[in-house]
Design a protein around this ligand. Structure first.
Ligand SMILES: [Zn+2]
Length: 321
């Protein structure tokens, strides 16, 4: 397999793309099958699987998934804390020892790496709380004990439900390419206002009122005033990244907390708000401050958005040709 890849370097991209499409089709089929079995909607499964995939990609101590589904259930949770056999596949003895692992595909075994067993185990757990979004929110909290996990999964689910596809990879540049704008890499620069901080983002300088667009598929997690960022919007994307748009002049009509957005959708307008109490503006030239924060399942940290901005700018330019 390795040798093949060396011999066919030009085909890697194409075949990876085909493989990804196949995987997505398989996942979608599994989600619908589980919806039929548990009445937990397919997009909830999609939201959970995608949340777990992002976490898995950023945690070195979690093994890579074997199938199409990225949900990871630790062996002690699957088999039960008191179970002497952490690799137990008997649903009866797993249940006896307080484990959650179940047989979802009817082969008589509860296998921790089997896609259907994994999905059914989570689905069955959630189903016991009920199947409205509110019920599912409570079930997810009891499963993860982490606010951000619940928020991200509900957000992912809303996005999948809206677009009815798992292929949501497109990105957009946050201001129109035809506008007059400029930006350079300033992530990590020192900033003085409000105590010594580092600059957690990229400043895109543009005129007052230039449209600010979502770079990703996601939902609005925060909207309103904060003393550093002024009028700002925070969008959670389906990779678990939080996109922070600050110093806005105003928000686009209809953009509210929990709104589902897509790349290129206008969310607000460039301004100079911030660095003081609500309404403060004009303390610096108008610009969009754009930051990205990554959630690794345990903490969130800022990373430099500059390389992504360059990439999305290039991609958008070539789409327009
Ligand atoms: Zn800035």
């Amino acid at each position: 397999m390795l040798i093949l890849f060396f011999l066919l370097p030009t085909n890697i991209c194409l075949s990876a793309e085909v493989d990804e499409d196949k995987l997505r089709a398989e996942r979608m089929m599994l989600f619908h099958k589980m919806e039929t079995l548990t009445h937990v909607p397919w997009y909830i499964y999609a939201g959970i699987d995608q949340y777990e995939r992002s976490i898995r990609r950023s945690q070195k101590d979690i093994p890579r998934e074997k199938g199409a589904i990225a949900i990871y259930i630790p062996p002690e949770k699957w088999a039960g804390g008191a179970n002497p056999n952490k690799a137990d596949t008997s649903a009866n003895s797993i249940s006896f020892f307080g484990g959650i692992g179940l047989d979802g595909n009817g082969d008589g075994k509860a296998v921790i790496t089997d896609d259907e067993d994994l999905l059914y185990t989570i689905g069955h757990f959630l189903q016991s709380y009920g199947t409205t979004i509110e019920d599912i929110r409570i079930g997810l909290w009891d499963y993860y004990h982490r606010d951000q996990a619940v928020r991200t999964i509900i957000s992912n689910s809303a996005v999948y439900r809206t677009f009815e596809t798992l292929k949501l990879e497109k990105h957009a540049f946050p201001v129109p390419l035809h506008a007059n704008y400029s930006y350079r890499s300033t992530w990590g620069d020192r900033r003085g206002w409000g105590g010594l901080r580092i600059h957690e983002g990229t400043d895109i300088f543009a005129s007052y009122g230039v449209a600010v667009k979502s770079t990703s598929y996601g939902t609005v997690e925060t909207k309103g005033w904060n003393r550093y960022g002024g009028w700002r919007i925070g969008i959670r994307d389906i990779q678990g990244n939080y996109h922070y748009y600050a110093h806005l002049n105003g928000f686009e009509k209809g953009i509210e907390k929990d709104s589902v957005v897509q790349p290129g959708q206008v969310i607000g307008y460039v301004g100079s708000s911030g660095y003081g109490p609500k309404g403060t503006a004009g303390k610096f030239p108008p610009h969009l401050h754009y930051g990205i924060y990554k959630d690794n399942g345990r903490t969130e940290w800022s990373y430099d958005p500059y390389p992504s901005l360059r990439l999305w700018e290039r991609q958008e330019r070539s789409r327009k040709k």
